[in-house]
Design a protein around this ligand. Structure first.
Ligand SMILES: *Cc1c(COP(=O)(O)O)cnc(C)c1O
Length: 374
């Protein structure tokens, strides 16, 4: 049972030895009984330290990524925070210029005050990355395709440079899932997911997970922060995430197909200045994406040919797409990005981001025509 689609279809479905239930139950117990000799015969002590449902989820994602261990958190940001907390004051961090803005915000508002230094670089420019690497650089954070400009970086090449500099590479894999891209196989040390998005896949949970390629002092610190810091994924969210993951293979296939259809339409449309989708041969990172991804993903952005206000008004015409942030659910979402990001964000004012869902492509195309004013 090694094909990822097969593993996903069975995620969290080891028959329960006490009942034969095909789907594992949700273990809500906050505490676990000790044996007469004071030991913990099943390895569980207390719900914050470890929980069987959370463990099933952690093992499922770690297995799909080809990692040795997963750590599930209460959100993608809690996962990000624990990785950053595992660094030392004085360590240097490299972020991409275009990335999920919450991570940059967290670094700027909190970790910079605690002595973490960082540089934001356009990681598509290897010279810029090289120049930013210093002997103090401990971690390089990458996101490909990036949010919301879908910049693609060559992970295997970046991993070589990062390794040569003695640093670690973390890839935020939220947009790609282990089905489309496996950063650990390309040389990354850590991969992070917001399980809120494609893994959960139904816009009904908030969660996050970090997977490590190998266990070392740094991942021990992440484990410690998970248990002592306590920003853990709750059992119900872990169960929902596993339930969602079982259909990820089928969902993603259709979602990628829809994204590709919409991108081709947008690229030809006169009211669209620019379409950002790595599946388009005109995209900056098309060749790299074709090499390192199994499909081009279900996220795309485009620049409306007008002002930021006109782009916001265009989004207001959507009827099939839901106007909401987030991504990866069964329903398509559309979002005017600049109005949700901080003012200093590099996102173009008329950029509109879409997460494509499972609707029929014809309905989505008709809706985009309405958005564009046809
Ligand atoms: C949503 C998201 C996050 C943050 O995850 P939460 O679950 O919302 O905390 C991080 N990275 C990317 C790429 C995301 O899309």
């Amino acid at each position: 049972m090694s094909h990822p689609h097969t593993r996903l279809a069975h995620a969290g479905c080891e028959p329960d030895p006490s009942t034969g239930a095909v789907v594992a139950p949700i273990h809500l117990s906050s505490t676990f009984e000790r044996a007469a000799d004071g030991s913990y015969p099943h390895g569980y002590i207390y719900g914050r330290l470890g929980n069987p449902t959370r463990k099933d989820f952690e093992e499922a994602v770690a297995g799909l990524e080809g990692g040795t261990r997963g750590f599930a958190f209460a959100s993608g940001m809690a996962a990000s925070m624990s990785v950053l907390q595992a660094l030392e004051p004085g360590d240097h961090l490299i972020l991409p210029e275009d990335l999920y803005y919450g991570v940059r915000n967290l670094v700027e508002t909190t970790f910079a005050r605690w002595g973490l230094r960082y540089t934001a670089v356009d990681q598509t420019d290897l010279g810029a990355l090289e120049a930013a690497l210093t002997p103090e650089t401990r971690l390089v954070w990458a996101e490909t395709p990036s949010n919301p400009q879908l910049k693609v970086v060559d992970l295997a090449t970046i991993a070589e440079h990062v390794k040569a500099a003695g640093a670690m590479l973390l890839v935020d894999g939220t947009w790609t899932t282990p089905l489309l891209q496996r950063p650990l196989e390309l040389g990354a040390d850590l991969v992070l997911h917001s399980a809120t998005k494609f893994l959960g896949g139904h816009s009904d949970l908030v969660g996050g997970v970090v997977v490590a390629k190998e266990e070392n002092a740094f991942t021990e610190r992440i484990a410690h922060l998970q248990q002592i810091g306590g920003a853990v994924m709750d059992p119900f969210s872990a169960w929902l995430a596993l339930r969602g993951m079982r259909s990820l293979g089928a969902r993603l296939r259709l979602q990628c197909e829809n994204a590709s259809t919409l991108a081709a339409y947008l690229e030809e449309h006169p009211r669209v200045r620019r379409t950002y989708y790595p599946g388009l041969p005109s995209h900056q990172g098309h060749a790299t994406a074709a090499r390192q991804m199994d499909d081009f993903g279900a996220m795309l952005s485009f620049e409306f040919d007008g002002s930021g206000e006109e782009a916001l008004a265009a989004v207001a015409r959507a009827r099939v797409f839901r106007r909401a942030t987030s991504l990866g659910g069964t329903e398509s979402l559309i979002e005017h990005r600049a109005s949700i990001e901080p003012e200093d964000s590099p996102t173009p004012p008329s950029l509109i981001r879409c997460s494509t869902g499972l609707e029929h492509a014809d309905d989505l195309l008709e809706d985009l025509a309405r958005v564009l004013g046809d």
